[in-house]
Write a protein that binds this ligand. Structure first.
Ligand code: C2O
Ligand code: CU
Length: 469
């Protein structure tokens, strides 16, 4: 350390304030989760063993919390991690997941955003839950490149909060040249001062979805990321929180958004801030200023999602430390990203109306879709191959991120204002008192779920079933 300080001083003396600014090594390096071991030698098959189990995780250093998490079953000694181990495959691969439930409760694994056979979707409308001690084999083809995630579909508000979630990356398509390709899972937890997860659920948690008192990126609080000034990195984001919205900002920089839930966009766009609602994914490029200032952090800015939640001011998600700057400017960006047609609709396309509402019941809020309350809902019947428009009419006083399983949709407009950007979504934020319309083609038969991805809302009624026949 002393030697390095000396070298820096010499540098400063030689060229004044223009010397490269290099920060000391990180104390809490922001690490990616481990990756699931592929045990199949066939390069076109990814075969893994995934175990859900109890474990511990230090959200606060030196103060382990009891959690539920995933671990790699191919490694006898593996421990659960938060997020769980990443599943990585290439477009076109066969994915085989031998899942074992070592939790004291029943669970499933839902592959959020993946287009797959209905029996593999891992919702309770498509499979019997996997009881403690039982196993289930999930098998599907990685049809689409993109950033996805997986999590249980049984009591999601409790099981995901306790740590059951992990990243799923399907590689493919245009690959911009980048210095690093990173996937950040955004989350928050409500911790007691001893570092344990709070078991208390208050009225606010039920109304807004539980918002924690500690913000996490890949399971870590106050982590540090080392980057080289002047380089370009690819950052993928997923929001795995029960209820918190993340509104990202990196001061002095803009995000070049290249992908949404359903993979790359045909035309990237720039954004100063990036709103990531629960369940959504965004894939962006960030080009660091060659004169990267000291003390920069990726921040979460307040976003007003209704019910007058107070603005706590900007909060750091992780700090950025500077390595030696890049020698060369980043390579030019690809000129072609992806061909993606809009889902064809006409004036004759059938429109299905879904009204979202909330109701203050004596034992807490309840949430409805078309005045129906899951699991006492009638399923919606549609015909395979049809294209229809869904009109989501949010008549409540807060935003609801709306998710549909097993298919992508194409957002058409919000309160009649057309969405100019083309890209595939499986989860979209429907702002309060707003009507959002999307077009969807029912490609795969079976019973698919749709719901608000604020997990307390889903578990308290705002969920439904779509039968494609
Ligand atoms: Cu991310 Cu029905 O779920
Ligand atoms: Cu909701």
């Amino acid at each position: 350390m002393a030697v390095r300080a000396q070298v820096l001083c010499v540098g400063l003396m030689l060229c004044g304030a223009c010397g490269p600014q290099v920060d000391p090594a990180p104390v809490r390096p922001l690490l990616p989760p481990p990756e699931l071991t592929d045990t199949n030698p066939d390069p076109a098959i990814v075969e893994v063993t995934l175990i859900a189990a109890e474990g511990t995780h230090e959200y606060l250093e030196g103060k382990p919390a009891q959690v539920w998490g995933y671990r790699d079953g191919a490694l006898a000694e593996s421990a659960v991690t938060i997020p769980g181990p990443t599943l990585r495959a290439k477009e076109g691969d066969q994915i085989l997941v031998h899942f074992r439930n070592e939790l004291p409760v029943a669970t499933t694994v839902h592959w959020h955003g993946i287009r797959l056979p209905n029996g593999m979707d891992g919702s309770t409308s498509s499979q019997r839950a996997v009881e403690p001690g039982e196993s289930f084999d999930y098998a599907f083809t990685a049809k689409d490149q993109g950033s996805f995630w997986f999590h249980p579909h049984v009591k999601g508000d409790e099981q995901i909060e306790k740590g059951l979630y992990a990243q799923l990356v399907i590689e493919g398509g245009t690959a911009p040249e980048v210095a690093a390709d990173r996937y950040f899972t955004l989350d928050d937890v409500k911790l007691q001062s001893d570092g344990a997860l709070s078991a208390k659920t208050d009225a606010m948690d039920l109304m807004m979805g539980r918002q924690g008192n500690v913000l996490l990126v890949n399971g870590m609080k106050d982590a540090e990321l080392v980057v080289s000034p002047g380089t370009r990195e690819r950052w993928r984001f997923v929001n795995s929180a029960n209820g918190r919205f993340f509104n990202l900002s990196l001061k002095g920089h803009r995000f070049l958004v290249i992908g949404w839930d359903g993979g790359l966009l045909p035309v990237p766009y720039e954004a100063d801030t990036l709103l990531v609602a629960p369940g959504e994914r965004y894939d962006v490029l960030v080009t660091f200023d060659p004169e990267l200032p000291e003390g920069l952090a990726l921040q979460n800015l307040h976003y007003d999602r209704g019910h007058d939640l107070p603005d706590p001011g900007p909060k750091d998600l992780f700090r950025i430390l500077r390595a030696a700057p890049a020698e060369d400017a980043p390579a030019p960006l690809p000129s072609q990203w992806r061909t993606l047609e809009r889902t064809a609709t006409t004036a004759a396309t059938a429109v299905r109306a879904f009204r979202l509402s909330e109701f203050e019941a004596p034992d807490g809020p309840q949430f409805f879709i078309n005045d129906q309350f899951w699991p006492f809902n009638d399923m919606v019947h549609v015909t395979k191959g049809d294209v229809e428009i869904w009109e989501i009419d949010n008549q409540s006083e807060m935003d609801h991120p709306f998710h549909l399983h097993g298919m992508f949709f194409d957002v058409l407009d919000r309160d009649g204002v057309p969405e100019e950007r083309v890209g595939w979504k499986d989860t979209v934020n429907v702002p309060r008192e707003t009507k959002l319309r999307f077009a969807v083609r029912y490609d795969f038969p079976g019973m698919w779920m749709f719901h608000c991805h604020i997990l307390e809302h889903a578990e308290r009624g705002m969920m439904g079933d779509l039968m494609v026949e």
